[in-house]
Design a binder for this molecule. Structure first.
Ligand SMILES: Nc1ncnc2c1ncn2[C@@H]1O[C@H](COP(=O)(O)OP(=O)(O)O)[C@@H](O)[C@H]1O
Ligand SMILES: [Mg+2]
Length: 240
């Protein structure tokens, strides 16, 4: 479970201060699939990076599985990130010179697994995304949708409890976007909590829960259950 309480994030440069998140509150339960939408520049990526322990915050409280993240040093935060969190980005972020198996293996190298265990995880993850037969291919030999599936395999190989996706279908045509969404839905059904930032209202509607970020704050909660759209009155209700 993930809980943010009054998180503020201020970016300071010589000339300007940007309040990327202001008194940001959110609670995500085990097993949820949450879609995050909102205008460009509203703080969606900042929220996801903080949630994934890629970035710190200025003040507020962030609890991940009951651990207060604010008090952790960088090494502890990195260890928790490697163990619990998988990331997927809009641009796939695969390493062009490495084949698919090697790409999926990269984050496992930081975890102290034996070569045999790494191999097992790489094979299983690539099979899960339907690319088990292409372990030796290079990313450039794949379509965009397939490259994103490799990136999902790379995240899955770490067996994360939380999968954070920043516009994972932003570079894909609608057919490939739907295939990636179906894969994410299957991963979620198998127990992984997913938070996905998206511009695509059709994909957002398929998530269990939608939140909107506007001006660095969660502005509106809407629950989608069984195809019905329930507006929820308060954030606490939606978060519970
Ligand atoms: N590293 C950074 N340095 C300075 N400002 C930043 C940085 N990252 C994001 N911002 C600013 O914070 C705000 C939120 O950005 P972001 O979280 O990327 O929005 P979104 O993902 O919703 O488009 C924007 O005004 C953006 O310009
Ligand atoms: Mg963004």
């Amino acid at each position: 479970m993930l809980t943010m309480k009054n998180i503020n994030k201020v970016f300071k440069t010589d000339l300007v201060e940007t309040h990327a998140l202001r008194d940001f509150n959110l609670s995500v339960q085990e097993g949820e699939f949450v879609a995050v939408t909102g205008p460009s520049g509203s703080g969606k990526t900042t929220f996801l990076n903080i949630a994934g322990l890629l970035e710190g915050f200025t003040h507020g409280d962030y609890f991940l599985d009951g651990v207060n993240i604010s008090n952790l040093n960088d090494n502890k935060a990195a260890a928790i990130r490697n163990e619990k969190i998988g990331f997927i980005f809009q641009g796939f972020n695969l390493i062009p010179d490495l084949n698919l198996a090697e790409n999926v293996e990269v984050p496992l190298r930081y975890r102290g697994f034996s070569a045999k265990e790494r191999q097992r995880r790489v094979k299983e993850a690539l099979e899960k995304v339907g690319l088990g037969a292409r372990m030796k291919h290079l990313p450039s030999q794949l379509s965009g949708g397939q490259q994103q599936r490799v990136a999902i395999a790379r995240a899955l190989a770490g067996e994360p409890r939380f999968l954070l996706a920043d516009e994972p279908t932003g570079n894909l045509d609608s057919l490939m976007a739907r295939q990636v969404m179906e894969l994410l839905e299957a991963i979620n059904k198998a127990g992984t909590t997913i938070i996905m930032v998206t511009h695509d209202p059709e994909l957002a509607r398929r998530a269990q829960r939608n939140i909107q970020i506007v001006d660095g704050q969660v502005c509106d909660f809407t629950l989608y259950q069984g195809g019905q759209n329930h507006q929820v009155d308060t954030m606490e209700q939606a978060a519970s």
